[in-house]
Write a protein that binds this ligand. Structure first.
Ligand code: BDR
Ligand code: CA
Length: 308
């Protein structure tokens, strides 16, 4: 199985993403690492423990960066609820967070298995950027970084910026400038993957705790997405990044240059994607530009059905 580290800020779609990862025999989860983001770090770390307990996963989890590298923190509690996991009857974490920092964990695993480890990042890129600063050999040692973030088009937190990009644009700038093998799964594809009421019902109908909790989380999320974006449910952003690793054929990928705006102002956090190659700059990422939404949801449901 492919050795992966799941780095994120659960956050309800991060939680569903990690359930998908835990249910997928293609992946060997070496560690889960948490970062500030949707809610503050103490909550994303607790939610990591809760999510692993829900999945019945024994993977260790490590707390990471509690704030962006330069800018003040932004959170998204309005989208994810005050705790980040707005559901009843959540299990307690089976164990506390492991000793050690997320950044050291990333470096250690990458050095132990050069060329093998994939990082699936579903939050602000602070941990990955700090790891790259502390270990300049790291970009070349990872198999790949697959990030849910950015967009080839409009943003969701500001007209220009997607949340994970806005929540640490300097970190994203560092990672996209690092030379690491990168894939970006942005809003241009994730906003096509909506957890509609029928889909939420299908999760509930699984009759499992993981299905019931996923349905409850996505029901809360749907309310926000209806009010804010006029959509028929919440977007399955982070699960699509995990899907991109397990089933790359579900998405269409295009290599291109991506620059992240770090200057304050209306465009901060914008991921400027050179779709047409007009700059002639070499590609620094493979960007998802198309998705088979129906197949994605069918496979997600099938996998979540295998959890307790
Ligand atoms: C991203 O922002 C977060 O709120 C979600 O968890 C996802 O990672 C979508 O813009
Ligand atoms: Ca996230």
């Amino acid at each position: 199985a492919l050795p992966v580290i799941l780095d994120g800020d659960p956050g309800l779609d991060d939680a569903v993403a990690w359930l998908l990862a835990a249910a997928s025999p293609e992946l060997d989860i070496l560690a889960v690492t948490t970062v500030h983001g949707n809610v503050p770090l103490d909550l994303t770390t607790r939610n990591a423990g809760v999510t692993l307990a829900l999945a019945g996963s024994a993977a260790p989890y490590f707390a990471g960066a509690d704030r962006p590298v330069v800018r003040p923190a932004v959170t998204a509690a309005a989208v994810h609820g005050a705790t980040g996991l707005p559901a009843q009857n959540l299990p307690e974490p089976a164990r506390p967070p492991a000793e050690g920092h997320a950044v050291h964990t990333l470096i250690r695993h990458a050095r132990q298995r050069p060329g093998e480890v994939t990082v699936i990042a579903t939050g602000p890129l602070t941990n990955v950027a700090l790891a790259f600063r502390m270990a300049p050999d790291l970009p070349g040692l990872l198999r790949e970084v697959v990030w849910m973030g950015g967009s080839t088009a409009q943003g969701n937190r500001t007209p220009a910026a997607e949340f994970n990009a806005l929540a640490d644009p300097h970190a994203a700038h560092m990672v996209f400038g690092s030379g690491a093998a990168l894939r970006m799964v942005g809003l241009n594809v994730t906003m096509q993957c909506i957890a509609t009421p029928d889909r939420v019902q299908a999760l509930r109908d699984l009759g499992t705790r993981a299905g019931a909790v996923s349905a409850e989380l996505l029901t809360f999320y749907a309310g926000v997405y209806r009010d804010r974006y006029g959509l028929d449910g919440g977007a399955l952003h982070d699960p699509l990044a995990v899907a991109g690793v397990i089933w790359p054929d579900l998405l269409e990928w295009a290599p291109m240059d991506v620059q992240i705006e770090v200057q304050d102002g209306a465009n901060v956090g914008r991921t400027t994607c050179d779709l047409y190659g007009v700059t002639r700059r070499p590609a620094n990422a493979r960007v998802a530009v198309g998705v088979d939404d129906a197949a994605f949801f069918a496979r997600l449901l099938e996998r979540l059905a295998t959890l307790p």
